[in-house]
Ligand binder design. Structure first.
Ligand SMILES: [Zn+2]
Ligand SMILES: [Zn+2]
Length: 99
């Protein structure tokens, strides 16, 4: 059985036939979703970053390819993604920027 190390807890996670791009939850880490990835023929697990909405506290996955400075919408509002202290956060976009 193929097992990969969880980046969150360092424990082995059985893949159970999962392929690259598929998601898996680590049974040791609460609220941690992992994605199977492959680089140079080596499989590894990467954490799917999540961010909570400042309006409704809903936890969403940060879509692949999205990074700081990108916009995410929730509750009919748009937010800017920021990355600070090793975690993503959402900031309300101020429509009227005052200088
Ligand atoms: Zn884990
Ligand atoms: Zn929301």
């Amino acid at each position: 059985m193929v097992e990969l190390l969880c980046p969150g807890c360092g424990e082995r996670v059985p893949l159970n036939g999962l392929r690259v791009g598929e998601k898996i939850d680590c049974s040791n880490c609460a609220n941690l979703t992992l994605r199977v990835n492959e680089k140079d023929g080596i499989y590894f697990l990467e954490e799917i970053p999540r961010v909570s909405c400042p309006s409704c506290d809903r936890l969403m996955e940060v879509p692949e390819g999205l990074g700081p400075g990108h916009n995410l919408a929730c509750c009919g509002e748009e937010f800017t993604l920021t990355y600070e202290f090793g975690a993503y956060a959402l900031q309300r976009i101020r429509r009227n920027i005052q200088k």
